[in-house]
Design a protein around this ligand. Sequence first.
Ligand SMILES: [Zn+2]
Length: 306
Amino acid sequence: MLALITHPACLEHRNPPGHPETPERLEAVVARLEDGLVAGGAAVRLEAPRARRDDLLRVHTAAHLERLEALDRAGGGVLDPDTSMGPGSLEAALRAAGAAVLGVERALAGGGPAFCAVRPPGHHATPSRAMGFCLLGNAAIAARAAVERLGAPRALIVDWDVHHGNGTADAVRAEPRIRYVSLHQWPYYPGTGAEDDTGAGNLFHVPRGPGLPRERYVADLLAAVDRALDGFAPAVVVFSSGFDALGGDPLGGFTLEPEDFAALTRAIHGRAPEAALVSVLEGGYDPPRLAEAAWRHAEALATATG
Ligand SMILES: [Zn+2]
């Protein structure tokens, strides 16, 4: 059965007033998934644990973790122009990363797919620094735990957030057991993710301009997934699931609709039917649209079997 993995602490990370990455985003997602899946018995809600330090250290430097801990002890502070911490931020980040790892542990053990409704998001956090609203690289931490601790021979990360996951790419670019596919707006923040940046042959970047027909984004992402799956059978697919690729998102120029995320989920499951499926929330800044798309995606995860 699908697990909805979340934690109330993820609501206690507070950005400065006017910042688009708000607790209301997560409240909207959790409420929609509770109503649409948990209440009807199609999903079970689980509490996210704190991530283990050894799992964090597979992706992040000790100096990065110590900096977050020092700011936490100081009650918060600014990490980059759009990334900051308050009194609840470190706890939120540890629960977010822990949710992703729990999802992978449970899914690899045959417990079923998972959607991790968490914040802060993770895919911009590099091994050595926080940036772009992100403190810890949740998806990368989960994927590296999968292959380095949990016995998965291979893992695929699919990142459909409108921004390139520069942190995820940096965390896995020297790890050929993990392949990373990212569709992202180009040129755009954070400026990375060029098509010819292929890492160790394990990065599959799909940079695209804004305003294209939505079918084009879907087709181009699936074509990259096909290339990534050529000769590569992942034990787990980790979706780095940003919904700021929706048409009308205040931070993106893509044109996807909520049902496209259900179609993508089914199409990717169909291409890797043996793989466990775990999704981790990234961006998405129009809460009603975000919640609708997250529900469509999670419902498709819930009905994926095998
Ligand atoms: Zn984003």
